[in-house]
Design a binder for this molecule. Structure first.
Ligand SMILES: Nc1nc2c(ncn2[C@@H]2O[C@H](COP(=O)(O)OP(=O)(O)OP(=O)(O)O)[C@@H](O)[C@H]2O)c(=O)[nH]1
Ligand SMILES: [Mg+2]
Length: 327
């Protein structure tokens, strides 16, 4: 059974467009006029859900580099599957782990190459060379600021484990060649796909005030069951039982239809009885925290499905990036 089938009835209601995001998007328009290059940052666990529907409009006429950050949080198989999928959509992907610094050097070189191309054009028009101006663009909490800190090798901008940390624009110079603009995360004003909204909530890209943590945790239990048969997702059989000592019961088949669906509510109640004195809200929070911290292992919440998701994948202009960096 697909995760989407399991979730169709279980998706919690998620409202996610706080005022500061609307403000961020307004100032983004002005910033875009000042930059040559857009470094788009997505979360490797959810590369499609963190693709913004307005991206093509924003990068029109600019160079574009696509970063899949948090590569340490997915399996090598998931990484390979996504590399092939993006390549099939004519996109080069820059894999990074902004926490450990993996892939950051290659990203810097790619940005500098983009600047070289810009300055060659400027020289042709008799203009002096200048550093390439790059905007870090992406959903909240994907690691834009962490990437900037890694690129400049010091903590110049604030970066923390929640959505909405960066509230204002901030230019950071990297050597002679690169000016980086850190920006607040942006979210689409509406998102009709509730499964994508759930994935964003799970990865903490949406402020916690926007949803009911318990409902999201229940949907997560169901989502894990849907991912378990797909080896690349990195969900070992019996993951929740191994971690919390409570097996996930199945719903009676009559209500579940074909395949077995987990009884997420029964599991949460049993896990809460064991770990949080019966407090299901606290148990839900613990489950979400542990997933977000990577305690449950490297789990890819999205895997590519042939012929899907192209809208969010493809930029308006062909990428000018060099060949793929290898792990
Ligand atoms: N494991 C892991 N953690 C990361 C990675 N990149 C960033 N983080 C962590 O994720 C959290 C969020 O990072 P930020 O850099 O604040 O994210 P942001 O995109 O700037 O978020 P906003 O400013 O809210 O839009 C921080 O705690 C980082 O340490 C990564 O590649 N791997
Ligand atoms: Mg930030």
């Amino acid at each position: 059974m697909q995760a989407t089938d399991l979730l169709s009835a279980a998706a919690p209601a998620i409202q996610w467009y706080p005022g500061h995001i609307a403000k961020a998007e307004k100032s983004l328009a002005a910033s875009l006029e000042k930059v040559d290059l857009v470094i788009e940052v997505r979360d490797a666990r959810i590369p499609l859900a963190t693709g913004h529907p307005r991206l093509q409009r924003w990068i029109r006429g600019k160079q574009h580099l696509l970063v899949l950050n948090r590569v340490d949080m997915i399996s090598p198989e998931a990484r390979q599957a996504w590399t092939a999928w993006f390549r099939a959509h004519d996109l080069v992907v820059w894999w990074c782990d902004a926490k450990a610094g993996t892939g950051v050097k290659q990203l810097q070189q790619a940005a500098i190459r983009a600047g070289d191309a810009l300055n060659a054009r400027r020289a042709g028009r008799g203009m002096k060379p200048r550093p390439v101006r790059a905007l870090m663009l992406g959903f909240p909490n994907v690691g834009k600021s962490a990437l900037i800190n890694r690129l400049v090798r010091q903590k110049v901008v604030q970066s923390a484990r929640r959505a909405g940390v960066t509230r204002s624009l901030r230019w950071v110079r990297l050597g002679q060649d690169l000016d980086l603009l850190d920006a607040p995360g942006v979210l689409p004003p509406r998102l009709d796909d509730q499964l994508a909204a759930l994935r964003l909530a799970l990865c903490d890209d949406i402020g916690q005030a926007a949803y009911d943590g318990e409902a999201v945790a229940l949907a997560f239990v169901t989502l894990l069951a849907g991912l378990e048969p797909q080896a690349a997702a990195g969900v070992p059989v019996g993951l929740l039982e191994k971690r919390y000592g409570v097996p996930v019961p199945a719903l009676p088949t009559a209500t579940a239809g074909p395949g077995t669906a987990p009884d997420a509510a029964a599991w949460l109640a049993a896990a809460a009885a064991r770990h949080t004195s019966g407090d299901t809200a606290r148990m839900a929070q613990r489950l979400l925290d542990e997933f977000r911290k990577g305690v449950l292992g490297a789990i890819a919440l999205e895997l590519p499905v042939a012929g899907t998701g192209a809208t969010n994948a493809r930029p308006a202009v062909p990428p000018s990036s060099p060949p793929l960096p290898h792990p």
